[in-house]
Design a protein. Structure first.
Length: 119
């Protein structure tokens, strides 16, 4: 658990806060994180009880944040199907560490400004 004096966060909240996820995006991300295979948007919707269009909208946000991957599966009957999975866990961890590091640098800069003004 991560703790600041004003707030404690469990791992889910840390992921949500670090990547700036909505509750729905977090729910989908955690589902994909637990899955060992690529999953279609329809399967995600059925498995976690969301509307397909809600999943599609949330997947766009997850793709934009570069934390999930989309693969196109060409169907023998014509057309295609998109399959989704999370990026490799080491990549996700590195992304989170970079985001948190940048946040820390910004906080330190703000603290320097605040305490510089006091002099």
């Amino acid at each position: 658990m991560v703790s600041l004096k004003c707030k404690q966060m469990d791992s889910k909240e840390l992921i949500q806060c670090t990547f700036g996820l909505t509750k729905t995006e977090l729910k989908i991300f955690l589902f994909l994180l637990k899955n060992k295979r690529s999953v279609s948007g329809n399967d995600i919707a059925q498995e976690i009880g969301l509307d397909r269009t809600t999943v599609q909208k949330s997947m766009k946000g997850l793709l934009d944040r570069d934390i999930v991957l989309r693969k196109q599966l060409n169907l023998d009957s014509g057309g295609y199907l998109f399959l989704y999975c999370v990026k490799h866990k080491d990549e996700l961890k590195t992304q989170m560490q970079n985001i948190i590091h940048n946040w820390t640098v910004n906080v330190e800069s703000q603290l320097d400004k605040v305490f510089e003004e006091e002099k």
